[in-house]
Design a protein. Structure first.
Length: 490
């Protein structure tokens, strides 16, 4: 097979597991100081200004581990204390909402409102501060425990639910891992006795490594429903966020493709004739299926986007559909075969008509654990790029292993884009939590920028894209590490 044995998720920043507790305590202290001494103004910088949340700030507190989208939408509608009731000269403090988990942020907002209202009626602030500190400390411990359970829940051995023989040799298995905490919100209308599970794909020859993880809802009758908004592996979130952020930064129609997302996300489960689909304005090609979590996320987040998936190993497709709740739909197609050959065929068909795809996302590996050379050296994939695989403003996103020399890949991509008459844009990489390199080559858009300017562009674009797709995790998380820009030597 072309998929490497991926190492299990490991935290690059161990201190993050303790962060909810300390941030909650620090935030409460900041709130007490502000309310007690009447600090004004700083709330505007955090999005809690004039007694109202701004959607831009609210979206940035979405939890990366708990993944609770309905709570995010609830957070977007939170309103602070009416400004008319606030005593002159007082204001809610500049609290670090962006860094807090969602549960703590929600409680913190409520606590801040109570404290602000209490000052209007003359209640003693120290008593309130002690109460808020105690509650926030408890929430921090709860979130820390839930986060640890979420990360560790699918790393256990689990119960085998399916085994499949691979055409390329060997076999793979799918295991189930119950999520007792039900850390993702169930879809509307789900029976109360439905349960949540992680489904994990592993290759038997290297079973300690993960090939894909999906979160599913198990209905009382045993049927599975994929929780499409949940990306359990950190590198999956980084790959998705880097792709959509880069597309937004160069002016690709991400916002247009996401239009109607709240009302149209479930249309992928309907037949073509049941209801008209939104107008198609984008196309994405995913090379490598795995559990199907990444292409399924693209499809539900962008109702106006068509997603093609190519997987070399038929047993991977069989396992994802049978035991991991992945379902193709009107705008989510799966083909079995060589990804580079598929790309070349599409380029030959659509290259003369403006290009086939707005993004090509490569998440495929050889059995030795490296991205196949055909996707980063001269060959069939480079020929596809040279024949117009990409549209005028598009992105190539590839998941490379840590410490990979990206120069050959960037050189190949840029040369092939020039052969197609396209303008090579920015070449840069972002580091996922596991250490993998999310490697991006843009087509169109800015061709040069300083490190600081491009980082700011990506940050603003991440916020726009995240709000457009109503993401349950923060796109800005992928920008925590330095953006590494690659520049051609000549």
């Amino acid at each position: 097979g072309r998929r490497r044995c991926r190492d299990g998720p490991r935290l690059r920043h161990p201190w993050r597991s303790e962060a909810p507790v300390w941030l909650a305590v620090a935030a409460a202290v900041a709130a007490a100081v502000s309310v007690r001494f009447g600090c004004g103004g700083p709330g505007a910088a955090t999005g809690f200004a004039g007694g109202h949340w701004s959607s831009g700030s609210a979206a940035r507190v979405a939890p990366q581990a708990l993944q609770r989208p309905p709570l995010l939408r609830q957070l977007l509608s939170i309103r602070g204390p009416p400004s008319g009731r606030r005593a002159p000269g007082t204001a809610v403090a500049a609290l670090p909402f962006d860094a807090l988990p969602l549960d703590a942020a929600l409680l913190l907002a409520d606590a801040a409102e109570v404290m602000a209202e209490a000052t209007d009626v003359g209640q003693p602030v120290p008593v309130l501060v002690l109460g808020v500190l105690a509650v926030l400390f408890s929430v921090g411990l709860f979130v820390q425990g839930a986060t640890s359970q979420t990360r560790a829940g699918f790393l256990s051995e689990g119960e085998v639910v399916g085994r499949f023989t691979m055409e390329g040799g060997g076999s793979l298995r799918v295991t189930r891992h119950p999520d007792v905490a039900r850390s993702a919100v169930m879809p509307p209308g789900t029976p109360r006795d439905a349960r949540q599970e992680w489904r994990v794909m592993r290759f038997e020859q290297c079973a300690k490594y993960l090939q894909g993880v999906s979160k599913v809802c198990v209905l009382p009758d045993g049927r599975l429903q994929l929780l499409e908004e949940v990306l359990s592996l950190p590198y999956n979130r980084s790959l998705v966020a880097a792709t959509l952020t880069s597309l937004t930064a160069i002016g690709a129609p991400v916002l247009e493709a996401a239009a109607g997302r709240k009302s149209s996300a479930r249309l992928l489960k309907r037949e073509e004739g049941d209801q008209a689909l939104p107008k198609e304005v984008m196309r994405i090609l995913c090379v490598g299926l795995g559990s199907g979590a990444v292409p399924a996320f693209f499809a539900q987040a962008l109702p106006g986007c068509h997603v093609d998936v190519v997987e070399l190993e038929p047993s991977v497709v069989q396992a994802a559909c049978k035991d991991m709740a992945f379902q193709p739909g009107p705008r989510l197609h799966v083909a079995t075969g060589d990804g580079a050959a598929f790309a070349l065929a599409r380029a030959e068909e659509f290259g003369s008509r403006g290009g086939a795809y707005d993004a090509v996302v490569v998440d495929a590996f050889t059995s030795e654990g490296s991205v196949p050379e055909v996707f980063w050296k001269s060959g069939v994939f480079a020929d596809a790029l040279g024949k117009g695989l990409l549209r005028e403003r598009a992105v190539i996103a590839v998941n490379f292993l840590p410490q990979t020399d990206l120069t050959p890949a960037y050189t190949t991509y840029r040369r092939s884009l020039q052969e197609a008459g396209r303008t090579p844009g920015m070449s840069f990489s972002l580091t996922a939590e596991e250490g993998n390199l999310m490697t991006i080559q843009t087509c169109g858009g800015p061709t040069t920028a300083s490190q600081e300017d491009w980082k700011e562009t990506l940050t603003q674009s991440a916020r726009k894209a995240q709000l457009a797709v109503v993401s349950p995790f923060a796109f800005t998380e992928v920008l925590m590490d330095p953006v590494r820009i690659w520049r051609p030597t000549s």
